[in-house]
Design a protein around this ligand. Structure first.
Ligand SMILES: Cc1cc2nc3c(=O)[nH]c(=O)nc-3n(C[C@H](O)[C@H](O)[C@H](O)COP(=O)(O)OP(=O)(O)OC[C@H]3O[C@@H](n4cnc5c(N)ncnc54)[C@H](O)[C@@H]3O)c2cc1C
Length: 421
């Protein structure tokens, strides 16, 4: 199998549409939603919901196969679902990464259902994003004592055999889109959160399973919203679970009380799929900063002379060229990781590599752009200082830079998690 470097046609068509969205629906409102944290950009949300519904992009549920339908088994084109997503996320995040995170649709919650759910669950929960109203899902793994070490979660799920329901207790913090997914609103459809909990605190990873809690379920409450450094248009919630009851079949995967490491593996499979996408979001932010810098330099008559020997270039020219190299190399790593995901190749190594690289590059590029722009880079007159603040998150969520480096090292050296931590 070969990797094509030319952008597939369906992706190129989407890019054009999304650039228009980014230019008109996002950039003009970036500053407002940065300064008015926790205000919800309904115009953008409703527009995106309608657009995704019309284009079919919001449809996540598995397609029903008709009997004897051999054509549906043989795809006409090589699979490009994750590649398409990476390109889309990069462009929308070029528009505004915080606003991207409030784009309606499944987000991380749906990714968890895709990775760990059974067919019935996928049909039931992934079908709801194409309804009349924008609908959200979120993923709740992190707790105050358990972030990087996901196997140490303390939220519990106990089966009440009398009612055949799971009873969940615990507190989840820093849940992206947690408020929109869990709180019932007139403006939104019925969302859900995926909560990772243990069915046996003594069993470590083997006790870890994930559960669907639908919006409005008694016992699940948004306790607070964070005030953040960057991506301030995105809500980041603390969710408290107090005797929260969900039906037995809301446990993702095989509905069973059996202890296996499948639940933990489901979580890791979610990360393999989502880390390159998170990297793509960071790439969009980095590209915004680099393009803006080049535009401003051009306005001042500073030309970047490509192809000239390095010792003849000015310091600014060298910096800009280095930034371009960083951006492109990181993007190639993202493309490889999503291409592997599309072609069902094990991509844990490449997914983490792309996330590490995108986290580093995003911070370096935005910081350098602020530095070269001098006081104007620090001023709120331009969005550059915002992109500098937005960039850091790529290095934190979905596994920090350090944790993804550990994953890379384990994969390269053939160590297990317990052998290299
Ligand atoms: C804006 C935002 C949105 C988020 N969204 C979500 C979400 O939707 N769902 C969700 O579940 N979580 C979410 N998170 C949480 C995020 O995934 C965690 O913050 C992250 O995994 C780090 O965990 P922690 O905060 O507990 O840090 P810790 O694990 O306490 O780490 C603190 C520092 O120590 C380093 N460190 C830890 N262990 C090691 C090690 N073994 N070797 C080297 N260094 C190490 C880390 O890299 C980090 O720098 C979000 C966080 C933020 C800020």
């Amino acid at each position: 199998m070969t990797i094509e470097f030319e952008t597939p046609k369906p992706i190129a068509q989407q890019q054009y549409v999304l650039k228009t969205v980014a230019d008109n629906m996002m950039r003009p409102h970036s500053r407002y939603f940065d300064e008015n944290e926790h205000e919800i950009p309904w115009d953008y949300i409703n527009f995106m919901h309608q657009a995704m519904k019309a284009s079919g992009a919001g449809s996540l549920a598995p397609k029903e196969e008709k009997k004897g339908d051999t054509a549906s088994k043989k795809p006409k084109h090589p699979p490009i679902g994750y590649q398409m997503l990476a390109h889309m996320l990069e462009i929308i995040s070029w528009g505004d990464a915080g606003m991207y995170l409030v784009t309606p649709g499944g987000g991380l919650g749906a990714a968890a259902v895709q990775a760990a759910g059974n067919l019935e669950q996928k049909k039931k929960f992934l079908a709801r994003f194409t309804g009349d109203k924008p609908t959200f899902a979120a993923m709740c793994m992190t707790e105050s004592g358990s972030g990087s070490d996901t196997s140490s979660i303390r939220a519990t799920a106990v089966l009440d055999e009398a009612t055949n329901e799971w009873v969940l207790n615990g507190e989840k913090i820093f849940v992206t889109a947690g408020d929109k997914a869990l709180v019932e609103r007139e403006e939104t459809g019925k969302g859900f959160i995926v909560v990772w909990a243990t069915i046996d605190p003594e069993a470590g990873r083997a006790g870890m399973r994930s559960f669907i809690i639908e919006a409005g379920t008694p016992g699940a409450k948004v306790e607070k919203l964070e005030h953040k450094l960057g991506i301030r248009a995105s809500d980041t919630a603390t969710i408290v679970l107090q005797d929260c009851r969900v039906p037995f079949d809301h446990i993702l995967g095989k509905p069973t009380v059996e202890k296996t490491t499948k639940g933990f593996k489901g979580a890791m499979a979610t990360f393999d799929a989502t880390r390159p996408l998170v990297a793509a979001i960071g790439m969009g932010v980095a590209r915004s900063a680099l393009e803006f810098l080049k535009e401003k330099l051009a306005e001042e008559g500073v030309e970047i002379r490509y192809g000239v020997a390095r010792n003849r270039l000015t310091s600014i020219e060298r910096d800009v060229i280095d930034m371009e190299v960083m951006l492109r190399s990181a993007w190639l790593m993202v493309l490889k990781a999503v291409w592997m995901a599309d072609n069902k190749k094990h991509n844990a190594l490449e997914a983490s590599m792309s996330k590490v690289k995108a986290g580093d590059v995003g911070i370096k590029i935005t910081q350098k752009a602020v530095e070269i722009m001098g006081p104007l880079g620090y001023s709120r007159e331009f969005l550059l200082e915002k992109w500098f603040r937005d960039a850091k998150i790529t290095d934190i969520y979905e596994g920090t830079g350090q944790i993804n480096r550990l994953v890379v090292a384990r994969n390269l050296l053939g160590y297990r998690g317990s052998q290299l931590r």
